[in-house]
Design a protein around this ligand. Sequence first.
Ligand code: GLU
Length: 449
Amino acid sequence: MSKVTEYLQSIMTKIEEKNSGESEYLQAIHEFIPTITPFLEKNPAYMEQNILEILLEPERIIQFRVPWQDDQGNWKVNRGFRVQYNSAIGPYKGGLRFHPTVSASVVKFLGFEQIFKNSLTGLPIGGGKGGSDFDPKGKSDNEVMRFCQSFMTELQKYIGPDMDVPAGDIGVGGREIGYLFGAYKRLNGYHTGVLTGKPLSYWGSLVRTEATGYGLVYFVKHLLADQKDSFSGKKVIVSGSGNVAIYAIEKVHELGGKVYTCSDSSGYVYDPDGIDVALLKELKEVKRARLSEYPSARPKATYYAGESVWTSTESYEIALPCATQNEITSELAQNLVTQGVKVVAEGANMPSTLAAVHVYQEHGIQYGPGKAANAGGVAVSALEMAQNSQRLPWTFEQVDQELDKIMATIFETCRDTAKEYAVPGDLLSGANIAGFAKVTQAMISQGLV
Ligand code: GLU
């Protein structure tokens, strides 16, 4: 066994002991650690300095009580989190997720991924993530407002425009960001940069809403262009029906491909004419309705209740998982192979299990991991911070072009790094090595802090 392999195994064992039972977090670490082997082989000084073990330890984890009152006057409580994972290259940056599955393990895995994602954008942002096990689904606007105010009463102690800048994620959209921002402003004054994803009337950025979905499709556009191919005429399968999925579908259609599916936690829609984006926006953004209502406006479409979109028996060329972690198991990945899928690019964070990733690799499916492919959201968040500091809003075209350029650079960085470290075509290793190299160089130059 090589010295590097031995070192990596000893770190993995320690991490497993210290974080036992935290399955999502350990999965993210298991996916990451082996991929940096070629980097450490080539740069043994990084191993001698033990920088990996230091990087793996979050700089700070904050957990707090969030008491709130429902519309009937009942007292309720949820758990709030913020993981400030790494600030070597900039203030902590990353979303807040409100979903019943949120736990220490989930925010830690998301925070860990965020470090490398943010590094790949080329912008000065460190890695963080947070959220709560609060479920905004089925709650009134007033209940969501009271919850957000209580959440921010505690979180505001730890964030600031040059310290930690949260944004949205699953369950946290424009409505929640508005309430969180209002609560922060009341307590601290008008710090425009303290959250991103803000509404346009108070220093939000154009394209932020579309950014993760558009960025995902730009990433795949550059990957296809590298092989002299394009989206034109491509059949695409998408999961999810939130912000990421909606704008990914919109952009695929704009570039000449067709998306046939979308999903929510209760089932999926197959529309033989291609998903009607205007209808999807009306259902999800305006009515906050379930996807099961889609076929009543599009009679040719079918809603498959209780089924995963990844069981679809149609054929597709590109898969864009945009729902949530671990939605694609190895069995479902096998189904993608059967469907004829050649490219999988992740709009969600860690939607493929490790076994699913192995299936992609064995069958030569090109795989764009979330930390590269979905970095467009946080990239435009950083552009929102830049606009806030300048006190100047940029035009839609300006932000959109910048986003496209950033996604091209991310793709090229992953491709070229993979080539440099003798794993050509392995964009996962490329993303991990490039992110790790940049962040650890910054850490080493700042000394043992
Ligand atoms: N939650 C998004 C992500 O997973 C965006 C984070 C941000 O804009 O700070 O990257």
